[in-house]
Design a protein around this ligand. Structure first.
Ligand SMILES: [Zn+2]
Length: 495
């Protein structure tokens, strides 16, 4: 056996020389095919580990029991894709899994074998990318296997199952979460378990090709550390703590060699989620990128999608794209005086995560339209206030159409509500109704006299957009061309 292994190593070595030469020619990185040793796994693992674990299933969680790898009890193995280091566990007490039949037998006979399982810590190194997955592998024999006494749990390893092995293999991550499992009969896989089914017996059991496996975890807590139960304990509780877990094992079809998601009989490594990227249009528009986190990016993508689902804002986006507008970056800036803004340098900023909403984007997109499509200098103090009113007028018109002109059912906060007196509010509502033909159409034109008049009133009643904050509303040459164009397009395309 050793000879064969040496031969294999020699061939691998030859192959590596060959590859090096190839790689030098092609200038590609050299693949590391060196064996992964117990020492390397230990170094990688480090010494900072809380060393307690609670194996979980659904919401059932057993009390934490101390475990740590026993580096003196380790061995290595490999296949074409992975180098594996397996080490036994030092446990502060004992734990063992048993299925229902073995559990029943143990209750009658007190034969400790029935509730003895074997758990090892496994380090699996991907030969291609060097990634190391770390997990717990538990080998659980069934009653028949224990009765026959023809095999030993310890003869099973990550890549090999002893030929008489009948029972279960469980994989848990290091925080104790169940990952996947396999059911064996005489060394052959008969079913697989891709997830446990919570704490209740599953209804889907009616599915003929699935079986529920109830597994009991027996915990015994001690002061000293035990190696796979082999140690003279000094101070232990009785082995009474029992925790029931339910697993759903379903029929299994051989995958024929494994397809990335784990091989037959093996651990399913977690798939690393794709990094979140911003919506393409946002990415193109804000060429300098973003400092938003993945969660914030996701929120922004959702807000953006919600915005462009509205015909009128989809048009703004298209206008920006058609004009090849490119801006700066997207970030969160807690020092912003308002909830969101696009700065004069073209940077989109939100005051906080909560400010990433479709409503705030819509407001900023109208400003982008004013600035980059209508070429209005919205940072010029004489335009600033007017541009804000134009922006608010757009949302009021949209709402007036949503209400079909019936302001009595309005929940939206109109720009000119709470004007100086009821008369101006009613006057503004009447003007909106005239513009929208009683809430039936987008305006075909905005009479400039009305626009200037209500802009002035807006500046007098609004709590933020007012003279105190530097906004002016007396620029009589300001034309609401941005929203006029929007409305013209909307009359044709959005009604
Ligand atoms: Zn604004």
């Amino acid at each position: 056996m050793k000879k064969i292994r040496n031969l294999v190593l020699f061939l691998l070595l030859l192959l590596s020389f060959y590859r090096c030469e190839e790689n030098l020619k092609n200038d590609e990185p050299v693949q590391n095919i060196s064996q992964f040793t117990v020492e390397q796994a230990q170094a990688w693992f480090g010494s900072e580990w809380a060393a307690t674990i609670s194996l979980k299933s659904g919401s059932t969680e057993s009390p934490k029991i101390g475990i740590k790898p026993d580096w003196c009890d380790g061995f290595t193995s490999h296949n074409s894709k992975f180098d594996v280091v397996e080490v036994g566990l030092l446990v502060q007490g004992n734990f063992g899994f048993a299925d229902q039949t073995s559990s029943k037998d143990w209750k009658m006979t007190k034969n400790p074998k029935m509730i003895t399982s074997l758990t090892r810590m496994v380090f699996m190194k991907d030969k291609k990318n060097g990634r190391i997955d770390q997990f717990l592998m538990t080998i659980v024999g069934n009653k028949e296997y224990h009765d026959k006494k023809i095999g030993q749990l310890s003869d099973n390893s990550y890549f090999t199952r002893e030929k008489h092995f009948s029972g279960y293999i469980f994989f848990h991550d290091l925080t104790g979460n169940f990952i996947n499992g396999w059911n064996y009969e005489k060394g052959k896989i008969v079913r697989k378990c891709s997830q446990n089914n919570g704490n209740n017996l599953p209804i889907v059991l009616k599915k003929a090709d699935c079986i529920a496996v109830t597994v009991t975890l027996y915990n015994q807590f001690c002061t000293d550390w035990y190696h796979n139960g082999q140690y003279n304990y000094t101070n232990c509780e009785d082995r009474v703590a029992e925790y029931e877990y339910y697993y759903l094992y379903c029929s299994y079809e051989p995958s024929g060699g494994g397809s990335g998601g784990g091989y037959d009989g093996e651990y399913y490594p977690p798939t690393t989620p794709d990094p979140i990227t911003l919506n393409t249009q946002l990415n193109t528009l804000f060429a300098d990128g973003t400092t938003l986190t993945d969660a914030e990016k996701e929120k922004l993508n959702n807000a953006y999608n919600e915005m462009i689902n509205k015909c009128i804002y989809a048009y703004i986006s298209n206008q920006l794209t058609n004009n090849n507008v490119t801006l700066g970056s997207i970030s969160i800036d807690p020092t912003l005086p308002g909830v969101a803004c696009v700065t004069s340098l073209g940077n989109l900023k939100f005051q906080g995560v909560d400010a990433i909403t479709a409503e705030n984007l819509e407001h900023e997109w109208v400003h982008l339209l004013q600035r980059y499509v209508s070429n209005i200098d919205i940072f010029d103090p004489s335009n600033q206030g007017m541009a804000e009113f134009e922006n608010f007028l757009l949302t009021d018109v949209i709402e007036c159409i949503n209400l079909r002109g019936d302001f009595s059912i309005a929940t939206h906060s109109f720009a000119c509500y709470n004007m100086r007196d009821d008369d101006s509010t009613i006057e503004y509502q009447t003007w909106l109704k005239t513009l929208t033909e009683n809430g039936t159409h987008y305006p075909s034109a905005i009479d400039i006299e009305g626009f200037l008049k209500f802009a002035k009133i807006f500046g007098e009643v609004h709590s933020w957009y007012n003279a105190d904050h530097g906004y002016q509303f007396d620029n009589t040459s300001y034309q609401p061309i941005s929203i006029s164009n929007l409305f013209n397009n909307a009359r044709t395309n959005c009604e």
